[in-house]
Design a protein around this ligand. Sequence first.
Ligand code: SF4
Length: 88
Amino acid sequence: MKTLKCILQEADNNCPPATQDTKLNTANKKAAAKDHEYGTAPNCGNCKHFNTSIKKCLGNAEGIGYCEALQFKCSAAKWCNIWVSKRK
Ligand code: SF4
């Protein structure tokens, strides 16, 4: 169980909770796979919801972004059925 101090530290760094909590990230990723076919085809990298602007929250792994819609760290090479083009 997380302490209040831990929760406050996470809130202070302005990172989405799933980028700091592996269990939450995994649960959200599994929900994305179950409910939105995450992982079936390319590619998150050109999806409007793929956020790479929070690098401090994402670590050093290549091709990883934060899915703002489903709230987990996703691979640029994957996809889900709520993909939306970055182009307007
Ligand atoms: S909405 Fe789907 S395709 Fe877009 S970034 Fe999230 S998981 Fe990837």
